[in-house]
Design a protein around this ligand. Structure first.
Ligand SMILES: C[S@@+](CC[C@H](N)C(=O)[O-])C[C@H]1O[C@@H](n2cnc3c(N)ncnc32)[C@H](O)[C@@H]1O
Length: 350
């Protein structure tokens, strides 16, 4: 259980007026959020994204290979797609700031909601009033742009790159964004996760990392499907089609080791985070994510991790039955008892 940074908590609730109010229907679409909706998002879902991102990046930057490569970089360029009020950016910045010194951190933050971007800017300026800067210099550029469909994302980035706004990124992240395109039109936007991977392919700098995180809920009207399953299938398809990809999986470990052998089109992965703040001492957030790195870095990271085709890699837990879903050498094992005599690995931890 991770508390949200207490000064951040005071700032969003006391100074900005954030409101804690769970509304599962509302959370599906945040692009048109007005002032009130943004304050609800800020009090309810921002703390979750902050904690999830903080935990994910803490684990990544504790890895000696990632840490060593980022130590060498003088500038860390970050692209956030669907950044909203900035919860995942703030989580990442807190990790970067405590891990590195004297870096120039440049953030390119894209979202269609201008009110959310204004809050994001305020929150990032505010955290640097108390967070030790560690002599890092942070610069943030926000881009208010509504992507008309999944292909529009890369088109917009290409236009910005051609006009010299940026070149490549050391970290690309997109948290809980793709599900919103699916919620608008799941037919037209089928392939959004592949489109995000293609952005990683073209925009990730050498020795860079990319995190795609999303909710696990079902989307779609005609044939509803879990986002976890959609994400998994699209990632597998992407790497099957693009065998010469310059990026590779690092998490979940089961995907990193066995995606070539993956024989399931209904793999459901989920990671739970528990968040504690003044309005909820045990807020449970259920998400799924995949992490990628440029191929050589991915290879070095994985070469240090012991993998074995007999190990069970936990990819989700069914809270009602207490049973688990595992990956065993690329095969999806649904609803199993916890194995007594076989090593079990958390697939989401490096
Ligand atoms: C659930 S929020 C996630 C925000 C942030 N990444 C987080 O984890 O807290 C999804 C964000 O995607 C943005 N979004 C959704 N559809 C979009 C589109 N077509 N173009 C640009 N932004 C979009 C919304 O405005 C919203 O801020």
């Amino acid at each position: 259980m991770l508390n949200i940074n207490p000064r951040l908590e005071r700032y969003i609730f006391d100074d900005l007026g954030a409101v804690y109010q769970i509304n599962p229907e509302h959370v599906a679409q945040n692009l048109s959020n007005d002032e009130e909706d943004n304050l609800n998002y800020l009090g309810t879902y921002f703390p979750r994204s902050f904690v999830e991102s903080y935990s994910i990046f803490l684990n990544l930057f504790e890895n000696e290979h990632i840490n060593r490569e980022f130590s060498k970089k003088q500038v860390i360029n970050i692209l956030d797609i669907g950044s909203g009020t900035g919860g995942n950016l703030v989580g990442l910045l807190q990790v970067l700031n405590s891990t590195y010194k004297r870096k120039r951190i440049e953030i390119y933050s894209f979202d269609g909601n201008g009110i959310a971007l204004d809050y994001q800017m305020k929150i990032i300026c505010n955290i640097y009033e108390y967070l030790d800067r560690n002599e890092n210099i942070v610069k943030i550029d926000t881009f208010q742009y509504r992507f008309t469909n999944k292909d529009d994302i890369k088109n917009i980035l290409d236009m910005a790159r051609h006009s010299g706004v940026f070149d490549s990124f050391d970290i690309i992240l997109s948290f809980k964004f793709a599900n919103e395109l699916y919620a608008v039109d799941d037919f037209k936007n089928r392939g959004t996760f592949k489109a995000l991977l293609n952005i990683g392919e073209h925009y990730l700098a050498d020795e860079g990392i990319m995190v795609i995180e999303d909710i696990t809920n079902k989307v779609g009207i005609i044939a509803p499907q879990y986002i976890s399953v959609i994400m998994n299938n699209e990632c597998r398809e992407y790497f099957n089609e693009k065998t010469d990809s310059r990026i590779g999986f690092i998490l979940p470990l089961s995907c990193a080791f066995w995606h070539d052998n993956c024989d399931s089109d209904n793999c459901f992965s989920k990671k739970e985070f528990i968040i504690r703040h003044r309005y909820n001492y045990r807020d449970v957030s259920k998400v799924t994510y995949k992490v990628f790195a440029t191929a050589e870095l991915a290879e070095r990271i994985l070469s240090d991790i012991n993998n074995c085709s007999r190990y069970y890699y936990t990819i989700s837990e069914d809270n009602r039955s207490g049973r688990f879903n595992y990956c065993l050498c690329g095969s999806f094992l649904y609803g199993q008892e916890y194995p007594i005599n076989t090593p079990v690995i958390d697939s989401f931890i490096l």
